[in-house]
Design a binder for this molecule. Structure first.
Ligand code: PKZ
Length: 264
């Protein structure tokens, strides 16, 4: 329980770390880290620094898998684009100095908030088996292979996405629902980075040209505006060279108090 709670906390804190105050972290951590290994209440403020800074993973011999890293199923084009954006990311150099780069790769894990109950108690079985929709297929390359990079200065995101054979809709092409899923994931992650915890209120999609199964495409996400609790994002899915437009979308994301996910 502790391991999975901390796993999500690490991802969420990395996502939010540049943007938000300790006050928001306090709210999130209250839900993510309710008890420690000895059953005593955590002090979120006292432990946030340890959680965000801990490395390597202290509670298990194996780190949780970061699905945004390359694997053997990635095509040469996927790898090329990963390398291209990675080369523009900030990197730790010797002596822990950071080389400045506008881009940052976002890590990705296959568990989401473990304690979210949807307003009622989930069974332990369901909690244990819950997996992030896009990261629930064990066979590498069969489903969603993707990595998201965020540009902190331009407030844009790019996702390099390779659609596997299980995402077929029309013969030889990607299912519209799978395209909607990757768009929701990228724009939702982007909105979370900009505004903190959000939920998708509206997603409008125009499918312009089919995406061949197995191909690599780019999902470009841009911030349109923030109005109070509403974050508006627009998105384009293009071929990897940018020449062909596959899909266009706009999304509205509404900021939520995390307790919204806990039935409060
Ligand atoms: C916790 C974070 C974890 C992060 C981890 C990150 C790592 C992992 C990344 C994975 C990334 C996956 C990203 C998937 C993201 C989902 O797929 S979320 C799932 C799908 N979405 C839902 O289930 C949402 C269901 N709907 C709701 O819960 C509620 O309707 C909402 C959206 C929270 C809004 O309810 P509310 O808080 O009561 O707000 P409400 O007062 O109704 O509306 C606020 C404003 O928005 C407007 N509005 C609301 N809905 C609409 C609408 N449909 N159209 C137009 N305007 C609207 C209202 O008119 C109002 O406007 P103003 O009057 O302020 O101008």
């Amino acid at each position: 329980m502790l391991r999975h709670g901390l796993q999500m906390a690490r991802g969420l804190c990395q996502l939010l770390s540049d943007k938000f105050s300790v006050g928001l972290h306090r709210n999130i951590m209250k839900h993510l880290l309710p008890i420690n290994a000895t059953g005593h209440a955590w002090s979120p403020l006292r432990n946030i620094r340890a959680v965000t800074q801990m490395a390597p993973w202290p509670f298990s011999s194996s780190q949780p898998r970061d699905y945004s890293l390359p694997n053997a199923s990635w095509s040469a084009e996927m790898q090329r684009l990963y390398d291209q954006y990675s080369s523009m990311c900030e990197v730790e150099t010797e002596g822990s100095e950071k080389k400045k780069g506008a881009w940052r790769r976002l890590p990705s894990y296959n568990r989401t908030l473990k304690y979210a109950t949807g307003g009622r108690c989930l069974s332990r079985m369901l909690q244990a088996k819950a997996r992030l929709f896009t990261r629930n297929i064990e066979e590498q390359g069969a489903g969603f292979e993707y990595v998201v990079f965020i540009n902190k200065e331009e407030k844009t995101c790019v996702c390099v996405f390779q659609a596997g054979h299980l995402l077929e809709g029309p013969p030889g092409h990607v299912h519209g629902g799978a395209i909607a899923t990757i768009i929701d994931s990228v724009t939702g992650t982007h909105a979370t980075y900009i505004s903190g915890p959000v939920m998708t209120a509206n997603l409008t999609i125009n499918y312009r040209s089919p995406i061949p199964l197995g191909s690599v495409v780019l999902v470009h996400s841009a911030l349109d505006k923030v109005e109070g609790r509403k974050t508006f994002i627009s998105c384009q899915v293009t071929s990897s060279d940018g020449a062909k437009l596959h899909t266009e979308a706009t999304g509205l994301f509404v900021s939520i108090n995390v307790s919204h996910l806990f039935g409060a």
